[in-house]
Structure formats: structure tokens, C-alpha cells
Design a protein around this ligand. Structure first.
Ligand code: UDP
Length: 499
């Protein structure tokens, strides 16, 4: 077990200088002033399996520094294992929860799972004080939940960030495997109600994932800064001098020759001028890129048909589409992603030149995380509609990100997206993400009506403000921590003073 320090803590004062965020900070401070004293000085330990890479590790420093700032002494511990087999096993557990992989977990795998966690427990017990609340994140450290609860008596929360909205042979098997460990936790937290396994119903609650409105992915940009990012990343061409030099790694776009060229070649896409419909996601079949590409082709064919207003006809003629994801180099270790991108590329290369000009397949470099985040931010901000056509979706942060930027979102009814978009209120949901004709119709209906888009987008931003920003997330954490700390009937070992 490694204790992780947080390099650059997020400060509430940074958010307070933004009028639209200061209310979020005030609500958090108010709630914290009532709740934190109820924790009675208990510390909180967050335990997960990695300090970098992946959504949980990315979110942890922010969550911990905000909890600390409102007065909860929160620490971060990361699981260690010298045996590669351990993380191979936990990857299989992760896949089984998502209904993929061989439905089998052996006694020797259970032994490895427990043994590595036992080694980590031996380190963790030397850090823990009686009364500390321990939060175990995801399946990798699940056995720690049982060890801490039964051997030390500290109260334990198991926070699971993954799940599937249905039961299958695989999910039953893996939950049966995990049950002996996680059922000993005092409480469990999931991201979406549909993901709670049967045996944890009734003692679980929901904390949604959340976005940081000041992160490079979500922060506001002035028009000049936005233009600068587009030019630096070659998503646009400079028409006047810009302050910063180009990024070392530009956004790439598939060209008719089959090569990946800077995205403003052979001509710029027109992000700041044309109506734009975009989807930015990992190259994963479950993100629904293939039916979306077919839908975009159908949508273009609607231009020129009888009965269109002159304005909508022009809109359909000039609208352009972006399908974007991480660049091919960085998906080298993701054979599924590479394969999908190749299949989309083949389909795109068969299109006639006019359609190739209107549909940009983009590969965004991942060499610099912040430049990548700026590009995603800029593309989302320049969109008339953001689509997330996922066949399955854990939560769908791309949806949250677009809603926060006040962009109309068209999503599928995948479990995570349904949590965010109320159909016709905060965006639109399509019935069948694999049906291009239905998708094209839904896009057409949204495109034709700018005032409806504006209305949906306004509600969307409000909904993210209320439910999916880090302030609401930290408030949910405080409520959960207090309710677990104060639950009657939970045995707790006597507390010694800290220090
Ligand atoms: N993303 C990114 N660069 C890309 C493609 C995706 O930064 O080229 C980000 C996207 O903005 C979002 C995250 O990756 O923040 C994907 O999270 P989501 O919950 O939408 O789906 P997941 O990939 O976890 O299934």
C-alpha cells in the first residue's frame, strides 16, 4: 500500500471567482458547515488500485482536496502488487462485470486475489486509526473491505464505479465471487441504480460521476483563446497571427489518400462557421460510431428535398460532422479500438468526395493530456449538436461535458445516458442507436429548430450544475460519510485520539 500525496490541490476560491460557480461553492460550504462537525474528527481513507491513468485516479486528487478543504482529513492509499497476474485477474473481474470474457474464476485465482490484498492490508493497518472511515474503490481492493471491517472494526464503504444494467451468466458469477468481500462493507455506492447487484440492494446509494468546470476539458474559453486552440491543434487555419506556436502533435484527419493529415488539410473543417454535429469518444464498437456514420450520410441526403424551408435546406447543405477519438498510435495496445477505426476508415474511403469533405474522421493526439483536453473542449464548444450514440454506456462523461457547455445533446437510452438526459427536457434520446434512419431523423428534427436546441441546452447546463458538478458530488460524499459514521448498531472499535 502506497500513500499518495496530492501535488496541486484544487481550491474552492478558484471557483468562487466565477459568478456561475460561486453558488455551487456556497451550497457546498453551507452543507459542509452542518455535516463536517457530525463526523467528529474521523479521518477518511480512500483506497484504489492506481495513482494515475483511468477515471478514478483522475478524479481522486480533486475529490480528496475538496474534502480536505471543507474540513475532512482525507488520505489516499493505492494498492501495490509485485505480481502481474494480480492485475490480469482484476482486469478479468472488470470485464466479467461488463459481461465479457471467460465465465470462470478458479480457487487459485481467489487465493491470489486474497493474498495480494492481505499484503496490502498489513501495510494499511499501520496507517489506520480507530474511527477512521475507509472507502474502498472498485473490485481490485474488495477483500480489504472485509479485512478492515472484520479484523479492525473500522466502518467501511465500498464504492463501485462500474456495472451493467442487466444480469447474465457472467455477471452472476463475478458478483458471487465478490460477494463474500463486499457484503461485509457497511454501505455501498454505485454510479447508476441499475448497476446495484441484488445482494447489495437496500444498503447502497448513488453518487454520480461529476465534472470539474475548471479542468482543461470543461473550462470556458474566450473566443480568442478558443480560436487559438483550434489553430494550434490545426483544427482551423490561422487567418491572422495567433499568440502561441502550433502544438507539437496536431489533430489528424483521414484524407482521401488514406493518410492521416493535419485536420485543416486539404481545407479547414469550418468549426467556427458551419453548423456542426460531433461525437467524441473512444474507438469502441459500443459507442455506436458505425450506425452514426451511416446516419450522417442519410442526413446529408435530406438536403434539397421538397418542402424544406430555404434556411433548413442551406443548413443541411453546409452542416459538417466530426467523428473523433484518440489517435491511432495511442490505440496500438487496444486491438478492438484499432480494428474499429480501420473499419470506419474503410467505409469513409468509399464515400464520394463531397461526403468525405463533410464528414471528418479525426484522431486526436494523446501525447499531451492537456492539449488533448483542450481539443475535445473546443470541438464540443463549437458543436450545434453533440451526439453520444452509445449502445452501452457506464455513465457517459462526454454527455455531461457537452451539457455543461450548453450544447444540445442527442443520446441513446444506454443506462448512464438515461441518468443524465430527460428526453425532451435536457436533450433528446433516440430509441435504437443501431438504426441510422431513426438517428438521421432525430438529428434533422433537432437541427431544424434552433430555439428548441437552445431550450434543451439551457436545461442541460442547469441539470449539470445541479447534479453533476464536483460540488454536488462532494456534498453527496459528505452525506454518505456522515450517515455511515453515525449509523446505529454498527460495532466500532473504541477510538484513540489522533496523532
Ligand atoms: N476523451 C478524450 N479524448 C478523446 C476521446 C475521449 O479526452 O480523444 C474523453 C472524453 O472527453 C471523456 C472520456 O474520454 O471525458 C470518456 O469518458 P466517458 O464516460 O464518455 O466514456 P468511457 O471512455 O469511460 O467509456
Amino acid at each position: 500500500m502506497r500513500v499518495i500525496e496530492i501535488p496541486e490541490p484544487t481550491r474552492l476560491a478558484d471557483y468562487e471567482s466565477w459568478p456561475d460557480l460561486s453558488l455551487g461553492v456556497r451550497l457546498l460550504r453551507d452543507e459542509a458547515s452542518r455535516l463536517v462537525p457530525l463526523l467528529d474528527g474521523r479521518r477518511v481513507w480512500m483506497i484504489n488500485s492506481t495513482a494515475s491513468g483511468g477515471g478514478v485516479a483522475e478524479m481522486m486528487p480533486r475529490l480528496i482536496s475538496l474534502l480536505r478543504e471543507v474540513g475532512v482529513d482525507t488520505r489516499w492509499g493505492v494498492l501495490e502488487s509485485g505480481e502481474p497476474g494480480f492485475f490480469e485477474l482484476t482486469k478479468r473481474i472488470h470485464d466479467l462485470i461488463h459481461d465479457s470474457g471467460k465465465p470462470e474464476l478458479s480457487a487459485s485465482e481467489r487465493e491470489l486475489f486474497v493474498r495480494i490484498n492481505r499484503e496490502n492490508f498489513d501495510a494499511l493497518r499501520s496507517f489506520l486509526l480507530p474511527g477512521d472511515l475507509v472507502v474502498i474503490h472498485d473490485p481490485q481492493p474488495a477483500p480489504l473491505a472485509a479485512m478492515v471491517r472484520t479484523e479492525l472494526g473500522n466502518r467501511v464503504i465500498w464504492r463501485c464505479h462500474i456495472g451493467l444494467d442487466r444480469e447474465t451468466e457472467r455477471t452472476r458469477l463475478v458478483w458471487e465471487f465478490l460477494r463474500e468481500f463486499v457484503s461485509l462493507a457497511d454501505h455501498a455506492i454505485f454510479s447508476v441504480p441499475d448497476y446495484i447487484p441484488r445482494f447489495l440492494r437496500g444498503r447502497s446509494s448513488i453518487i454520480h460521476p461529476a465534472i470539474d468546470p475548471l479542468s482543461p476539458k470543461n473550462r470556458y474559453f474566450s473566443p480568442r483563446k478558443l480560436q487559438g486552440i483550434l489553430c494550434n491543434s490545426r483544427l482551423a487555419t490561422e487567418h491572422a497571427p495567433v499568440l502561441h506556436p502550433p502544438y507539437r502533435h496536431p489533430a489528424l484527419r483521414l484524407a482521401a489518400s488514406g493518410e492521416w493529415l493535419p485536420a485543416n488539410e486539404p481545407e479547414e473543417i469550418g468549426l467556427l462557421f458551419r453548423p456542426m454535429v460531433t461525437q467524441v469518444s473512444r474507438w469502441d464498437r459500443l459507442k455506436g460510431f458505425e450506425p452514426l456514420l451511416d446516419a450522417l450520410i442519410l442526413l446529408k441526403q435530406k438536403a434539397g428535398r421538397r418542402g424544406l424551408s430555404r434556411e433548413h435546406d442551406r443548413r443541411l447543405k453546409i452542416v459538417r460532422f466530426i467523428l473523433a477519438g484518440p489517435n491511432p498510435g495511442s490505440v496500438a495496445d487496444d486491438p478492438g479500438g484499432k480494428e474499429l477505426l480501420e473499419s470506419l476508415s474503410r467505409r469513409w474511403l468509399e464515400l464520394e468526395p463531397a461526403l468525405q469533405a463533410d464528414i471528418a474522421l479525426l484522431a486526436l493526439p494523446m501525447a499531451s493530456r492537456s492539449e488533448n483536453a483542450y481539443m475535445v473542449n473546443a470541438i464540443q464548444r463549437c458543436s450545434s449538436i453533440v451526439v453520444q450514440n452509445s449502445i452501452e454506456e457506464g455513465f457517459g462523461l462526454t454527455v455531461t461535458e457537452a451539457m455543461w457547455k450548453r450544447v444540445a445533446v442527442l443520446g441513446s437510452r444506454a443506462a448512464g445516458i438515461r441518468q443524465q438526459i430527460r428526453d425532451g427536457v435536457d436533450g433528446m434520446l433516440i430509441g435504437d442507436p443501431t438504426n441510422p434512419a431513426e438517428l438521421a431523423d432525430a438529428l434533422d428534427q433537432l437541427l431544424v429548430d434552433p430555439s428548441r436546441r437552445g431550450h434543451l441546452a439551457g436545461n442541460a447546463q442547469r441539470r449539470v450544475f445541479d447534479e453533476f458538478l464536483i460540488f454536488s458530488q462532494v456534498r453527496s460524499w459528505l452525506r454518505t460519510l456522515v450517515s455511515v459514521a453515525r449509523a446505529n448498531g454498527l460495532a466500532d472499535r473504541p477510538r484513540r485520539p489522533a496523532g
